[in-house]
Design a protein around this ligand. Structure first.
Ligand code: SF4
Length: 332
């Protein structure tokens, strides 16, 4: 399986070329209730125990091949994400330098991390090499953290995570962003209001990231008891943040799902070896709508529809409907 995928459409960053430094099976220190990759298969919190991890050579080989097929000027960012927690890869510091060299420093390099290893000085030193770090913070208190992220046994507690994100902000030269998934559940728990929201606002004001991303698990997947927040609910939460930040004299920018949207621009491909294979590679890492696939692969809507029908007939993919009625395609 290639360690490079996409480019995937991202509401936050636009056309995002993915680097997967974990690759399946999903390996993570969390088992989040909303994870679109399903439940965590390999539970790990120590990079030294990571067996058969992706090496710098693997990424170099795959990225060189990819850059021969797509126009690098039609990518907005390169994002380290994929099949688990990227900071578990012991080579991540070298890999980011390799990606910077191959893209000639033209494209910002983004890391999506669950923040669970940032308490370690050695990991923060590697992470500080990225242009943008998006640190997950779904909770400001231990109870909410345990319900949403379901950390594995050796993962740090929420206080250590909050402190480590604050430390990283002081140490890095790039931009620090946080991402919070706001959600509801069938068992009367939510982080959209009450104490969980107040604790989150306090934590984020202490960190004062450059950008606070207000997100929700809008794609189907994750646990059945989960319900995403609506865009109106996210706007209400954003207003609470704005008022609180003004009171506390904090100046983080807010990006709100459904309001800020950088999707919708096509990637320019120089050539296609196999459109079906490219669609399959994309969907293995990111469930997508038809329009997302058309933009990512750089082909027309009608051509995409034809390929999707073909893949459905062969039972290689399935369709699921999101809470707002949109059709997403998943690999079987
Ligand atoms: S941290 Fe990311 S990969 Fe790990 S379980 Fe949560 S959402 Fe999934």
């Amino acid at each position: 399986m290639s360690t490079v995928y996409g480019p995937v459409p991202s509401w936050r960053f636009g056309r995002s070329l993915g680097i997967d430094v974990v690759v399946p099976p999903k390996t993570c220190s969390f088992n989040c209730i909303y994870c679109q990759l399903g439940r965590t298969k390999v539970k790990l919190s120590n990079p030294a125990e990571f067996k058969n991890y992706v090496t710098t050579n693997d990424v170099e080989r795959d990225l060189e091949k990819y850059l021969a097929d797509i126009d690098v000027n039609s990518i907005d960012v390169v994002t380290f994400s994929g099949s688990g927690e990227p900071t578990l890869n012991p080579d991540i510091g070298d890999i980011v330098e390799c990606v910077r060299r191959l893209t000639s420093g033209k494209v910002p390099i983004v890391l999506l991390t669950n923040s669970s290893l940032l308490y370690r000085d050695d990991i923060r030193r590697k992470v500080a090499r990225f242009d943008v770090v998006v640190a997950k913070l779904d909770a400001g208190d231990e109870k909410t953290y345990r319900i949403i992220n379901r950390p594995i046994k050796d993962a740090p507690d929420i206080e250590a995570i909050k402190e480590s994100i604050e430390k990283l902000k002081k140490e890095m030269n790039g931009r620090l962003m946080t991402q919070t998934m706001f959600l509801y559940t069938d068992f009367d728990f939510t982080n959209c209001e009450g104490e969980p929201l107040t604790n989150l606002m306090n934590a984020l004001v202490d960190i004062e990231p450059d950008t606070i991303q207000i997100d929700t698990p809008y794609r189907p997947g994750g646990e059945k008891f989960l319900k995403p927040a609506s865009v109106d609910e996210l706007r209400t939460i954003a207003k609470r943040f704005e008022d609180f930040m003004e009171k506390m004299n904090v100046h983080s920018e807010l990006w709100v799902f459904g309001v800020h949207d950088k999707r919708g621009r096509k990637v320019a491909w120089k050539e296609h070896v196999s459109v079906s294979d490219e669609i399959m590679e994309l969907l293995k890492r990111r469930p997508c709508r038809i329009v997302d696939i058309a933009d990512s692969i750089g082909i027309s809507y009608s051509e995409t529809l034809k390929s999707i029908k073909n893949l459905l007939q062969k039972s290689l993919i399935i369709k699921r409907i999101s809470s707002n009625g949109e059709k997403y395609y998943y690999p079987v």
